[in-house]
Write a protein that binds this ligand. Structure first.
Ligand code: 13P
Length: 283
């Protein structure tokens, strides 16, 4: 069932677990995610970056692919189709018009005033279509508090202002997590995470959750994280298994066999994340 993210994230926040956002890149990954989450009765958010959407043909193709799979696979769990890192109002609007049930507007590269203006424009439009909105503050990817004078970590007072003035549903505060592989030891700002959670009282999102230790993820959950985003760990698990398969089966050329070769490792990673976030049997 395609839904927006409001109810599943509010429930997760109240009960101290997190819903997984798994990023999708193609039909097979989408199918693997839906099958495994259905099997485990876990609500799920399908994250689609602008690049992944372009790769698959565009927002309409993605929407039709996802809704087709929900029907053909008899999926009963709540599924959110979410734009990941929407770069501007127009992009978010296009995703909403195509049928996405949730969007992230990432105007974090601008100053707070501009971030608020752009985010507000998106929430005003999204709310008319029953679509939930995630915004970002600070800049994900920062290991230092400032780089060349630029604040990268989210500040509590800025986060409160952004939430109060835009009517967003959930917030991604940049607090030391990075997309892709971590160089060195991750250094998440847990105290500030908890402070932002207590002062905003909306679900928080942890981007770049691949590569984080179990201890860090559990602590993040206890500090108000209700949604974690996973992409890289799935890519690594899937490609490793496909690479092995290809080197052991040089005569195979059927693309279905090649893509499917990564299914087991991919689904194993999905279950690990569902266990870690305690989101099994939460529908
Ligand atoms: P990873 O690729 O590090 O898992 O991050 C995914 C993400 O945060 C998508 O927004």
């Amino acid at each position: 069932m395609l839904v927006n993210a409001k109810e599943i994230l509010t429930k997760a926040m109240k009960n101290g677990y997190a819903v997984c956002q798994f990023n999708i890149n193609n039909l097979e990954w989408t199918k693997f995610i839906l099958e495994e989450c259905e099997k485990n009765k876990a609500p799920v958010i399908l994250g689609v970056s602008c690049g992944a959407s372009r790769y698959m043909g565009g927002f309409n193709t993605v929407y039709n692919m996802v809704t087709g799979l929900l029907k053909d696979l008899n999926i009963t769990i709540p599924v959110v189709l979410h734009l990941d890192h929407g770069s501007d109002f127009e992009t978010c609007k296009k995703a909403i018009d195509a049928g996405f049930t949730s969007v992230m507007i990432d105007a974090s590269k601008y100053d707070l005033k501009t971030n608020i203006e752009i985010t507000k424009k998106v929430t005003d439009y999204a709310k008319k279509h029953n679509v939930t909105v995630e915004a970002e503050i600070g800049q994900i990817g920062g290991e230092e508090d400032t780089v060349e004078g630029k604040i990268l970590f989210a500040k509590t007072e800025d986060s409160v202002k952004l939430v109060n003035e835009t009517n967003i549903d959930f917030l991604a505060p940049a607090l030391g997590s990075v997309h892709g592989l971590y160089k060195g030891k991750p250094n998440l700002q847990f105290d500030r995470m908890l402070e932002i959670k207590n002062k905003t009282n909306i679900p928080l999102v942890l981007h770049g959750a691949s590569g984080l230790s179990e201890k860090d993820i559990k602590r993040a959950l206890s500090c108000g994280i209700s949604k974690i985003n996973i992409n890289t760990d799935l890519q690594i698990a899937w490609s490793k298994q496909v690479r092995e398969f290809l080197s052991n089966n040089e005569d195979v050329y059927d693309p279905r066999k090649i893509i499917k070769a990564g299914e087991e490792a991919f689904k194993k990673t999905i279950v690990e994340k569902l266990i870690l976030t305690n989101s099994i049997n939460k529908i």
